[in-house]
Ligand binder design. Structure first.
Ligand SMILES: NC(=O)c1ccc[n+]([C@@H]2O[C@H](COP(=O)([O-])OP(=O)(O)OC[C@H]3O[C@@H](n4cnc5c(N)ncnc54)[C@H](OP(=O)(O)O)[C@@H]3O)[C@@H](O)[C@H]2O)c1
Length: 304
């Protein structure tokens, strides 16, 4: 397939490029910058210049493809306090609609991206792929609502819900927790730190995107949701302890009240219990993540 990949220069997208090319696909990668274009060429992809804010650039990329993986997301526009998160999610909705516009009426697959938190329904229970709440309070739900609307209009869309995606350099929101611990010279968890975050290694995630793309190319199954989860839930205490060891700083328990001052915007996530299952995903796509695990990657990180 010739695959239009948005976010091709990002953490997840740049791992998807070799995964697709090694499986015999061609990649047309979206980027806004010259540096991004150089990276794509060096990675063996073709370059498509464009911007999430320019829907025509997304339509023309999708029009040249046999399928689309949408990983671009404007994290840099969040603001330092996450205040623009809802705005950035709205931008994602418009991007998904532009991509879907072109694919409507065809079997060409569109894989969009969301978070596993969208499937958490019952406190303490792992998020599942089949749980979809259109009124979910998380702003990212608009990405899934756009996907659901496209599915109703006949687009062969599926949703990849991501946990904390990691290697030895980046680990999703945990990268920010490391930064906070570095700045404050203390690594913290809230209360007993028993709340859990799900995780997967970036190469396992890249592989799963390919499996989803290929499955949906073979069969039009609009509206499927997948959880790219290798580890169902790692406790925040365990994460704080490995960060403390890495930075050689004390590890402490904070109360909910103290958490805001310590974590800043990250406080809204730091205390959340968000375990997630991938049982349906593994069974439907034959996905067998091989790791390494989150703690192993954190242990291998260069801390200084
Ligand atoms: N990493 C995680 O742990 C994690 C967890 C949950 C969900 N996710 C989701 O997974 C997806 C990929 O995340 P990531 O970690 O790979 O992100 P990332 O490393 O921040 O990369 C973002 C990508 O989006 C592109 N982008 C940003 N703003 C753009 C714009 N205005 N127009 C065009 N392209 C734009 C960037 O391309 P250029 O700068 O080259 O243009 C870059 O390729 C996102 O939807 C993210 O929210 C990630």
């Amino acid at each position: 397939m010739r695959v239009f990949l948005t976010g091709a220069t990002g953490f997840v997208g740049s791992a998807i490029i070799p995964e697709l090319i090694n499986a015999g696909h061609q990649v047309l990668g979206l980027t806004r910058s010259d540096a991004g274009a150089r990276f794509l060429i060096a990675s063996g992809a073709e370059v498509h210049r464009g911007n999430l804010e320019d829907p025509e650039s997304l339509r023309s990329g999708a029009a040249q493809s046999d399928g689309v993986i949408h990983c671009a997301f404007d994290h840099s526009a969040f603001g330092s306090d996450f205040s623009k998160f809802a705005e950035v999610c709205e931008k994602d909705r418009r991007a998904i609609e532009a991509l879907g516009d072109v694919l409507r009426g065809s079997d060409r697959p569109l894989v969009i991206t969301s978070g596993t938190g969208m499937g958490n329904a019952v406190p303490g229970q792992p998020a599942t792929e089949d749980h979809f709440d259109p009124n979910h309070p998380h702003p990212r739900i608009v990405s899934e609502l756009a996907g659901a609307s496209m599915a109703e209009q006949g687009v062969n869309v599926s949703v990849m819900r991501l946990p904390q995606v990691h290697d030895t350099v980046k680990q999703g929101l945990i990268t920010y927790a490391v930064q906070v611990a570095r700045d404050k010279r203390v690594s913290a968890y809230i209360d007993e730190g028993l709340n859990r975050w799900p995780a997967a290694h970036v190469l396992d995630v890249a592989h799963l995107y390919r499996l989803a793309l290929e499955k949906h190319q073979a069969k039009h199954e609009a509206g499927s949701r997948y959880n790219a989860v290798a580890e169902e839930g790692i406790s925040m205490r365990e994460i704080a302890e490995v960060i403390g060891r890495g930075l050689n700083v004390p590890v402490v328990s904070l109360s909910q009240d103290e958490a805001q001052a310590h974590f800043g915007w990250l406080a809204m996530f730091a205390g959340s219990d968000m375990p997630a299952s991938s049982a349906q995903t593994r069974q439907r796509l034959g996905w067998h993540p091989t790791g390494p695990g989150l703690i192993a990657d954190l242990e291998q990180m260069r801390w200084m």
